[in-house]
Design a binder for this molecule. Sequence first.
Ligand code: SAM
Ligand code: SF4
Length: 377
Amino acid sequence: MSTPASAAATPRGSRRVSLGIPVPRRTDGLGDALPDTSDRPATPALADRFGRAATDLRLSLTDFCNLRCTYCMPASGLTFLGRDELLSPAEIVRLVRIGVERLGIEQVRFTGGEPLTRPDLEEIIAGVAALERRPDISLTTNAIGLDHRAAGLREAGLDRINVSLDSVVSETFERLTRRPLLHRVLAGIDGARAAGLAPIKVNAVLLPGVNDHELPDLLDWCLDRDLQLRVIEQMPLDADRIWERDGMVTAADAHALLAGRFALTPVEEPRDGAPAELFEVSERATGRPRGRVGVIASVTRPFCADCRRTRLTAEGRVRTCLFSREETDLRGALRGGADDEEIARRWRAAHWGKKAGHGMDSADFRPPDRPMSAIGG
Ligand code: SAM
Ligand code: SF4
């Protein structure tokens, strides 16, 4: 991978060196060459060749982050995008408007990198919330600084929030994130609750021998606080390439880890495109109901056949899958004066080339060049 995983950390705002993405030949001055769409039906939706249509937009606001989670970023950081390379609030709101007005987007989740490191996050959310066809607006965050911003974000129009928290033990948290900042995350969660942002979901990635043994305590801690835990299988999207298929903690392992203390019963509701399988949780010893837990088995039980996602990177490139090796530039079109329909056309064309699945099980699978922090999880 030519991603500068071992490059020295570079301050935000500095010039960017290539992330190593192979950029297709430019054909029209507006961005990249587009997939062949000669067999595409005339539908406004973000349709693909496998009968799916994307309605859920994951929009990365930055590739910068103040943590260095081992399954995501290298210790040294990465070469981050410069300010001019990031989409501006006006560009983001325009792309979301095109998505909802012309392409059938219904939900927008802001992510990163760490979206709270953008000082204009409130402005972006307010702009999207003011759209005539307002999408559902959510945020995935590490919650550092959220205690000071939760009320403003809610006021701006934020509907829902997911906080990433892999451990509530300080030493383990620091080992995972390489920063001694658990107290800041906990303050952020308290701030979100005080601001009335509910429900709060907690995302946890389990690493073998690091935090997997803490899972029952983490679930207990979440249930006590009315937080909905989502256990996420680790994917091969880390800059250091630490992921190993044989060593990862699977969804089945997570069930086994919980089985001593909790009984889990599948929730009989349609998943409706949601990646998490939901379970009702009760105390094994007493039968006392405690709440729910979700398990996201992206690796061992992929849900690609029902995928409704489209992604935009922080510099305005469409990715149809976390694991895509192709991207379609929209920022060049935006800045080159393209009208809304031309941007929608490029976005649709990108989706017509979406693959059937992430392909992790095929012999020639290669993870994308970008790590998770530069894609937007
Ligand atoms: N910084 C924010 C955060 O951590 O919530 C938003 C961006 S982060 C990339 C989004 C989500 O991706 C987090 O819940 C994180 O745990 C998850 N993630 C990062 N790397 C991952 C990996 N290799 N496998 C599975 N999930 C990962
Ligand atoms: Fe930052 Fe989120 Fe990646 Fe952790 S998972 S390094 S908080 S972007």
